[in-house]
Ligand binder design. Structure first.
Ligand code: BGC
Length: 357
């Protein structure tokens, strides 16, 4: 019974995904900065072959590896994954990699020894993708990679492997648009140049690279002159965001018109520093993040953040489970069609209420 139900759900979800995008075209995230319209639909560039002889295990076991539990966004994501998987009757074990790739490798090996039916892995380091893919391929375990995207070439080594995530360029573009939509288009002192600092996530991560690039590109594409006063890695961390913003505010003072943060946790840290420096968001400085964490939505609503971008944890968790079920049903993925993207959505003071629970 459960088997039939799970299959029906998997089929309905895959049909829904395909209907939402109308094709299997593969996009290169680096060449697609997104549009300003946003939307909560999912787009799919993968899809897998037909799961004609599905064998979804009764009470199947799933091992979930998270790069570290102490990450605000990944906490929402993993809770959502666990909830969805358990509601479908899977036995789920979620493990904390503690930001240590060697530790995560051991965890993957342990899951393999335990003969889990499927793996969902948020790699600690994108550079470890080859090794991870090799390991799961040798064990023959269907695997969904999440949040840290390997290259299409790396993924092509294993046809029972799919990546679920977002097109990070789109989130960067939305951040730039949030600044362009302000009263003075980011140029608070009216000197014709937008002076900004960039607080970056982990630079090894493509999300950090593309958000850094595309947020500024949206400004220059709109014909704006920009000046980067500083760029510092904050490793996605709130305390680092605060420290970096405090240092930069001390060094550059009123010159800073915009603070771009690659994620909300660092933006919330930066906001503390902004307040301590006696500056006021949306009056004498702009501040944007990505993720739409509950705390950031609150700050956007109260006018303490200029805006953020929804990084849809629930949407990605839902898509990850749907892809896992396709793999369990026997689907395989052709090279170049192994990435499934969920849309980002721009969050402004006008629409923030739509995202608050
Ligand atoms: C999120 C960050 C998170 C990172 C973890 C990004 O997509 O925006 O908040 O720290 O993923 O890899």
């Amino acid at each position: 019974m459960k088997k039939t139900l799970a299959l029906a759900l998997a089929v309905v979800m895959s049909l829904g995904l395909l209907a939402g995008c109308g094709g299997k075209e593969t996009k290169d995230p680096a060449n697609n900065g997104g549009s300003s319209s946003g939307g909560s639909s999912q787009s799919q560039q993968g899809g897998g072959s037909d799961a004609s002889d599905p064998t979804i295990p009764e009470g199947g076991t799933v091992g979930v590896c998270i790069y570290k539990f102490d990450d605000a966004f990944m906490t929402t994501y993993r809770n959502s994954l666990q909830e969805i998987l358990e509601s479908k009757g899977y036995k789920v074990t979620v493990v904390d990699g503690n930001n240590d790739q060697a530790k995560q490798n051991e965890q993957i090996n342990t899951f393999i020894t335990q003969k889990v039916d499927a793996l969902i892995i948020n790699p600690v380091m994108t550079s470890a993708a080859d090794q991870i893919i090799d390991t799961v391929k040798n064990a023959g375990i269907p695997t969904v990679l999440i949040n840290r995207e390997p290259t299409a070439e790396q993924m092509s080594a294993y046809d029972k492997l799919v990546y679920v995530g977002c097109n990070a360029a789109q989130s960067g573009t939305f951040q730039g648009e949030l600044i362009l939509e302000t009263a003075n288009q980011g140029d608070i002192n009216g000197d014709g140049v937008i002076n900004y600092i960039m607080i970056q996530g982990d630079p090894e991560n493509i999300d950090a690279q593309l958000r850094t690039e595309y947020s500024v590109k949206a400004l220059t594409d709109a014909g704006k002159e920009v000046k980067q006063l500083n760029l510092t890695r904050g490793d996605w961390d709130r305390n680092r965001g605060q420290e970096i913003a405090a240092n930069d505010l001390a060094q550059f003072g009123d010159q800073i018109e915009v603070i771009f943060c690659n994620n909300d946790d660092m933006a919330i840290g930066a906001l503390q520093a902004i307040k301590q420096a006696g500056r006021t968001v949306n009056k004498d400085i702009y501040l944007v993040g990505v993720d739409a964490l509950a705390a950031a939505l609150e700050e956007v609503k109260n006018g303490n953040m200029t805006g953020t971008v929804l990084n849809d944890a629930v949407g990605q968790a839902t898509a990850a489970v749907a892809e896992m079920e396709k793999l369990l049903g026997g689907a395989t993925y052709a090279s170049g069609e192994q990435s499934v993207y969920v849309d980002y959505v721009k969050v402004t003071p006008e629409n923030v209420g739509d995202f608050m629970k």
